[in-house]
Design a protein around this ligand. Structure first.
Ligand SMILES: CC(C)(COP(=O)(O)OP(=O)(O)OC[C@H]1O[C@@H](n2cnc3c(N)ncnc32)[C@H](O)[C@@H]1OP(=O)(O)O)[C@@H](O)C(=O)NCCC(=O)NCCS
Length: 334
C-alpha cells in the first residue's frame, strides 16, 4: 500500500476517489442522503481562504482504496484540525485507515495543531459500540460530542407554514424577513458574517471549544461559488432589525438538478441581542416556504444539532423533523 497526495484536479482520479467515499460512507446507511459526484468533487475543489486542506489517497495495485483529508483552519481555531478518513469496504481491517490517520496526524502536528477532531454517522443503537468508534478509540480519540441528525419530509403543509409564520410575526413585528436565492446582497454581507462567525461559539459542541470564526464577505462569496460548483443554490433567509442589522439567518442548500431530492440545512442563528422574538422560527419557516415554492422537486431536508441544543431542537420538532441517526464527533489532544 502506498500513500500519496491526491491531485484533486485529475477528473478520472477524483471519480475513483468519489466512489470510495460514496461506498465507504453509505455502507449500512443506504437510505440516508448521499452527495452526488458533482456535489462532492465541487465541494473538495472549492477554494476557502479560511482553511488549508491536505488530501491523501491510499493506493493498492494502483487503485485508490482509501481517502483522507485534514482541514487546517487558518484565520481562527488554529489549534485544531478536522480529519476525514474513509476506506473502501472491500479493503478494511488491513491497516489502511490507521496509516492514513498516522499521516494526517504528522501533517497536523507539524503545523502546530494540538486538538485533532473528526466525526462519523452511526445508528443510535450503536453509539456505544460501533466499529468506527472502536477505530477512533484505537487511535487515541475520545467521543467529544453526539449530535442528532433529523429529516423532514417535504412538502410541509402550507397551512402549517403560514400558521408558524403568523405566530412568529406576532412576536417579531419590528423585523423584516427577506429571502435571497443564489446570491446575497453586498449591503448586508458584513452583518450576516457576524452571525455566521458566532454560530460555532453559541451552538453546543461538546468537549471541543471553538473560537468565533472569522467570516468575511470574501469567504461568503467563496461559499456561494462552492454551492454553484456543487450544482446547488443557496437559500438564505434573514430577519432585519429596524436599524438594518441582520438579526437572524437560516441557510438551506438546494440541488438545482430536477432529479435532486435532498436539501441540506446549514446554520440557523439568532444574534444574541435579538433572541426571544421567535426569529428562529420566522427565518426557518420562511426559508422552507421559499424552497417549496421555487423548487417543488425536492423531497427531504437533513439537519443536525447537538443533543443539548434545546431551542433549535424544539423548533425542528415543531416543524416535523424526526431523528434518523447519530453524528458522533471525536477529539484527540496531542
Ligand atoms: C473507520 C475506518 C476508516 C477504518 O478503516 P480500516 O482501514 O478498516 O482501519 P484499520 O484496519 O486501520 O483498523 C485499525 C484498528 O481499528 C479498530 N477497528 C477498525 N475497524 C473495526 C471493526 N470493524 N470492528 C472493531 N474494531 C475495528 C481495530 O482496533 C483495528 O485494529 P485490528 O484490525 O488490528 O483489530 C473505515 O471503517 C471507514 O472508512 N469507515 C467509514 C468512514 C468513517 O466513519 N470514518 C471515520 C471513522 S472515526
Amino acid at each position: 500500500m502506498d500513500l500519496r497526495p491526491l491531485d484533486i484536479h485529475d477528473d478520472d482520479l477524483m471519480s475513483a476517489v468519489f466512489r470510495v467515499v460514496d461506498r465507504g460512507t453509505s455502507l449500512g446507511r443506504e437510505e440516508m442522503p448521499r452527495a452526488t459526484e458533482q456535489e462532492w468533487v465541487g465541494g473538495v475543489r472549492a477554494p476557502d481562504s479560511g482553511e488549508r486542506a491536505v488530501h491523501l489517497g491510499a493506493f493498492v495495485d494502483g487503485e485508490v482504496v482509501g481517502v483522507a483529508t485534514a482541514y487546517l483552519f487558518l484565520l481562527d481555531n488554529t489549534d485544531k484540525a478536522w480529519f476525514e478518513v474513509v476506506v473502501d469496504p472491500d479493503h478494511r481491517r488491513s491497516g489502511i485507515g490507521s496509516a492514513l490517520v498516522a499521516r494526517l496526524t504528522e501533517v497536523a502536528t507539524a503545523d502546530g495543531r494540538t486538538q485533532l477532531t473528526g466525526g462519523t454517522k452511526i445508528p443510535f443503537d450503536r453509539v456505544e459500540d460501533h466499529p468506527y468508534r472502536a477505530f477512533a478509540e484505537h487511535h487515541g480519540f475520545a467521543r467529544s460530542n453526539v449530535e442528532v441528525v433529523r429529516h423532514l419530509d417535504l412538502p410541509v403543509p402550507e397551512a402549517s407554514l403560514s400558521a408558524w409564520a403568523d405566530q412568529a410575526a406576532a412576536a417579531a413585528a419590528d423585523y423584516r424577513i427577506e429571502t435571497h436565492v443564489g446570491s446575497f446582497p453586498d449591503e448586508h454581507a458584513e452583518s450576516l458574517c457576524v452571525l455566521l462567525g458566532q454560530l460555532a461559539v453559541d451552538a453546543p459542541t461538546g468537549d471541543v471549544v471553538y473560537e468565533e470564526e472569522v467570516m468575511t464577505p470574501e469567504r461568503l462569496a467563496e461559499r456561494y461559488e462552492m454551492s454553484a460548483a456543487m450544482g446547488r443554490e443557496t437559500f438564505e433567509t434573514i430577519a432585519l432589525s429596524p436599524d438594518g442589522v441582520v438579526a437572524a439567518q437560516s441557510t438551506l442548500q438546494v440541488p438545482l438538478d430536477p432529479e435532486g431530492r435532498d436539501v441540506w440545512q446549514w446554520g440557523t442563528f439568532v444574534h444574541r441581542e435579538h433572541r426571544g422574538h421567535r426569529l428562529g422560527l420566522a427565518v426557518k419557516t420562511a426559508n422552507l416556504r421559499a424552497v417549496q415554492e421555487q423548487r417543488p422537486h425536492v423531497a427531504r431536508v437533513t439537519t443536525q444539532n447537538g443533543e443539548t441544543n434545546d431551542f433549535m431542537i424544539s423548533i425542528n420538532e415543531l416543524i416535523g423533523f424526526r431523528p434518523v441517526e447519530a453524528s458522533m464527533e471525536f477529539l484527540r489532544r496531542v
